[in-house]
Design a protein around this ligand. Sequence first.
Ligand code: ADP
Length: 500
Amino acid sequence: MTIRFDAVPPLDPKVAAFVGGSHAMLVGNAWLPAASGKTLDVVDPSNGRIIAAVPAGDSADVDLAVQAARKAIDGPWSKMVPAERARLIWKLADLIDANVDMLATLNSYESGKPIGDSRNGEVPFTAETFRYYAGWATKINGETMTINAPGDWHAYTRREPVGVVGQIIPWNFPLSMLAWKVAPALAAGCTIVLKPAEQTPLGALYFGKLVQDAGFPEGVVNILTGFGETVGAAMSAHPDIDKVAFTGSTEVGRLIARAATGNLKKVSLELGGKAPTIVLGDADIDMAVAGASSAAFFNAGQSCGAGTRFFVHKKIYDKVMSGIAERAEKLKLGAGLDPATELGPVVSQQQMERITRLISEGRSDGAEIVTGGARAGHVGYFVKPTVISRTRPDMSVIREEIFGPVACAMPFDDDDLDKLAKDANDTEYGLAASIWTNNLGAAHRLAAKIKSGTVWVNCHNFNDVTMPFGGFKQSGWGRELGEQALQLYTETKTVAIRLP
Ligand code: ADP
């Protein structure tokens, strides 16, 4: 397995100028360094080299951004009619499309993901998410109620913006995670303090420029760069932030939920997963092999919905496993900016070390490494796409979220769907699952029994802006995307009037 390093085209001069320029945080209408003057380095995960330095904010910067967001929601933003808000959000979507090359390159440069995935997948999806919520801005209505008490009444509900929202996002899908949070919040009329992950701030900072170009009033979107333990923690605990929305690890989700108790701000969390990928005996093998491989290896497995626990019927187990291993071995590893790359590096040295440690634990626990099983090369943070067979439910590779290109499998040998669902549900997570079968009855029965926020049938990692996404159990609180995301960013107010 070789890694290509020689095929990265030179950066477009405009992108190079942005990456190499000095970076600041968007607070109100101003671009500011951190109050402390500190910075943090952004690294190219394909070679470990530093590519930029961005401000490393702290609680003083959070205070300023919250003041700007409060001023905007008390002022121009709340006076703007929904149709005007919709037009601005739509304009932002158009600017995202117009800047697809810049955004896709930044996204792949700092996260390591294949440029084709950014250019043809994530960036267009980001723009579509803004368009979808632009449509919602004018359709957030209350209801009138028919009252049961004697007398004449008029009672109705209003849906009001929850206020100033803090949004903390991860590095695995830097732009689509931004859109899933920012777009519904803007549609609902909230103002925003956004913190991108410390590994991937550049795309978010460029997005800030587009927010200004679109003509949003100052302070509606503020963007702070910095570490989770400083900026993220200060946002979670801030007394003047009304709601915090977070996507990331379950461990950090717990910290955020605790920190939010001071002012009991609303909290929504989209956390880890350990998705079962269930291949029934009648499944179309070619489709299941292709789908299961992509479930495990897409985005180098750095997706909270990634398929990680494969339950494959005994009679097709060997065929499916050898098919997945064969695909794994053919994947082209390289830098995200190389157009031929199919599997990029993982995002950081820390992630690479965690993934390889878990693989080693699987090996010493007695699982069989079918292919991969180690770091790839000596430069950058590449992990060989790995297939692990003969796992047991108690192994750490089955219990812990790996967040790397690792598929762990176990065979099952009967058609008892209750038993299968019980095994698939044997995890603290409940984000997503996939079922591969042509048996309609089995698909629906199993879909009803699986405890997860999404169940895919004959597909995996399929997200559409209309479909709510979020977790059961320790995978989170609340649902993003679709109409449901608007619930996260609005308060319902009941007005009851006794008619004289
Ligand atoms: P990972 O472990 O995969 O990097 P995290 O859950 O740590 O994922 O990070 C997701 C986001 O949460 C990032 O923006 C990170 O800076 C932020 N974060 C990390 N720790 C905290 C914390 N204690 N409070 C708030 N945000 C945090």
